[in-house]
Ligand binder design. Structure first.
Ligand code: AP5
Length: 217
């Protein structure tokens, strides 16, 4: 299975990817997580990406396309779920071209739809594990112990790009550059719009219902 999860910042892509991976054993490929690891490692790519990420702008396509093509080439036979990529129509077209070379294609696109107001509330309360990438929320998805990751005991952090001003720019960037990707896929793939404003477990049921139907078909 090769899945793309689309949606605004804070729509719950990372949260739902974890649930999809638990169910189907796919590889979770988050472009944001990969970039954050590159930054933490101090790599050339990480350094180049830094200023774009901190401002809430997109990292240039040529850097992202190469990074993700490399990650996808290492995916297991069972497949992968893409989170945060593609984010421009050009990235989507490049992804299609590179999958086509190995006779593959994206099977399904899940478009997580959520209001901007909900996004602001989710981003301000998000806490992330710097070690394993697990995502929590101070009200909606609490860790067992406040401020501590359930998986590895690391101290949870607030992402620097979750400040109000940067979130506003990330949303603007989303509407200008990423929303058109939904139409790109509507023209050449199966796209399901999911109401992602509901509780995380309700969204999970909506997502898995679509994917289960696909698997059994
Ligand atoms: P990235 O890390 O991809 O950020 P994003 O797309 O803005 O998405 P988020 O990770 O912020 O949100 P999410 O949808 O995963 O929500 P989450 O599940 O965490 O990208 C960061 C930066 O990297 C970009 O700005 C850009 O600079 C660069 N970049 C990355 N990919 C790129 C690309 N392809 N091209 C160019 N540049 C790129 O949930 C959010 C919060 O809400 C959490 O606290 C969670 O617990 C809570 N929550 C989730 N679901 C629910 C629910 N249903 N109900 C209540 N709370 C919920």
């Amino acid at each position: 299975m090769r899945i793309v999860l689309l949606g605004a910042p804070g729509s719950g892509k990372g949260t739902q990817c974890k649930r999809i991976v638990d169910r189907y054993g796919l590889l979770h490929l988050s472009s944001g997580d990969i970039l954050r690891k590159e930054r933490a490692a101090g790599s050339e790519l990480g350094k180049k990406a830094e200023s774009f990420m901190d401002a809430g702008d997109l990292v240039p396509d040529e850097l992202i396309v190469e990074m993700m093509a490399d990650a996808i080439s290492k995916a297991p036979e069972v497949g992968f779920v893409l989170d945060g990529f593609p984010r421009t129509v050009n990235q989507a077209a490049e992804l299609d071209k590179s999958l086509d070379l190995s006779g593959q294609k994206i099977n399904v696109v899940l478009n997580l739809m959520v209001d901007d107001q909900i996004v602001a509330e989710r981003m301000s309360g998000r806490r992330s594990c710097p070690q394993c990438g697990a995502v929590y929320h101070i009200k909606n998805l609490k860790p067992k112990v406040d401020g501590v990751c359930d998986n590895d005991g690391a101290e949870l952090i607030q992402r620097p790009d979750d400040s109000l001003e940067v979130v506003a720019n990330r949303l603007k960037t989303y509407y200008e550059q990423t929303e058109p990707v939904v139409d790109y896929y509507k023209n050449n793939s199966t796209v399901y719009d999911i109401d992602a404003g509901k509780d995380a477990d309700v969204v999970k049921s909506l997502v898995l219902e679509k994917l289960d139907a696909l698997v059994s078909a």
